[in-house]
Design a protein around this ligand. Structure first.
Ligand code: NAG
Ligand code: NAG
Ligand code: NAG
Ligand code: NAG
Ligand code: NAG
Ligand code: NAG
Ligand code: ZN
Length: 288
């Protein structure tokens, strides 16, 4: 490649690699969740998903599972819908206290977003009215936000912005704690254990869903009080996991290596599994 291409190419790479604030699992984490979910859909839910997905991604929700991150700048209003800020050091989540955007507008957080898009999708197939909403977008938001609410640091402390302002080294490379949980743990797992292959990683999680974890799956799927979606339960689990695992023993400028990676990977595996199972269960309730 000639020198004259060097600058634009590297600028492009730089733009792609800019730290992603509050993006949720990286592309692979979201793709894994949506792939697990798609394979567990009931017939009516699978048919609705096929109908709502655009033609270029027919039958593959996982290809568009990061769509909501890509439109964050076009749809500026949507960016608070990806996370929840909780009070520093408390390790608890409370909808009335915490689900709001930076201007204090209630309901504008990832939990409110999940409820919003679940309610919109409940209109699907209602022949007496065309939904006033774009239900393709509702599906893509719901599939993505279910992932985000399961990423422990998407329900993190306010001052450090869910670990976005905590600088760390991931082995040799500079990173921030939030990005470690969005991407670095997953990428390192893929490199080390799964031939750099997201499908192999997904298969390994699916095997544990039908093996190791099979006796827990019914509990994961359940949503109390006959609710269709229960994001507040998942948000509470996330801030607990954030305190117990993500923030634990990490200070600004800590170097994170095998000790951290190997002890946290099981938590990431479990969150991805729970999330895939719950996304399917939620879609099955919506379209069922
Ligand atoms: C769906 O797309 C993803 C990402 O492009 C790919 O990894 C996966 O194999 C596809 N799944 C199917 C069933 O085609
Ligand atoms: C609900 O969805 C609509 C349509 O995308 C959007 O305009 C609104 O901001 C959303 N509100 C929440 C809390 O998600
Ligand atoms: C169908 O849409 C109509 C008009 O918006 C609404 O009154 C009705 O409750 C909807 N039915 C269902 C099952 O959502
Ligand atoms: C619904 O949203 C999708 C994704 O943004 C867009 O491609 C499509 O044109 C929209 N459909 C309508 C009817 O506006
Ligand atoms: C970490 O240190 C950097 C400077 O090295 C600073 O900008 C940042 O605010 C610090 N973060 C926290 C959480 O103290
Ligand atoms: C699956 O379960 C086995 C046995 O507990 C464990 O060693 C392995 O790391 C798990 N893999 C995933 C991807 O969860
Ligand atoms: Zn996100």
């Amino acid at each position: 490649m000639g020198f004259k291409f060097y600058a634009p190419a590297s600028l492009f790479l730089l733009l792609l690699s800019l730290p992603a604030f509050a993006y949720g699992w990286g592309v692979d984490g979201h793709a894994i969740i949506c792939q697990i979910a798609q394979d567990r859909l009931s017939d009516p839910a699978a048919a609705a998903v096929e109908d709502l997905l655009p033609n270029y991604a027919k039958n593959n929700l996982s290809r568009l599972c990061s769509w909501a991150d890509r439109v964050k700048f076009r749809y500026r209003w949507s960016s608070p819908l990806h996370y929840i800020d909780t009070p520093d050091g408390l390790c608890t989540y409370d909808y009335d206290r915490d689900c709001k955007d930076e201007d204090g507008v209630k309901g504008r957080c990832v939990s409110g977003g999940i409820t919003n898009y679940t309610n919109q999708l409940l209109d699907y197939g209602n022949s007496s009215s065309e939904s006033q909403y774009n239900l393709t977008e509702a599906l893509l938001f719901l599939a993505h936000l279910m992932g985000d609410v399961h990423q422990p640091l998407h329900v993190g402390f306010t001052t450090d912005r869910g670990g976005n302002t905590i600088n760390v080294r991931w082995y040799r490379r500079k990173s921030v704690l939030h990005h470690v949980w969005d991407d670095n743990i997953i990428e390192t797992a893929e490199e080390r254990f799964y031939n750099d292959n997201v499908e192999e990683f997904t298969e390994a999680i699916k095997q544990n869903i039908t093996g190791e974890w099979s006796d827990q799956v019914a509990k994961w799927e359940k949503c109390s009080d006959n609710k269709v979606a229960c994001p507040d339960v998942y948000a509470s689990e996330s801030i607990e996991a954030a305190c117990d695992w993500a923030y634990k023993d990490v200070k600004n400028n800590t170097q994170l290596e095998d000790d951290y990676f190997l002890s946290r990977l099981p938590v990431v595996n479990l969150r991805l599994a729970e999330c895939g199972v719950r996304l399917a269960a939620t879609l099955n309730r919506i379209f069922g």
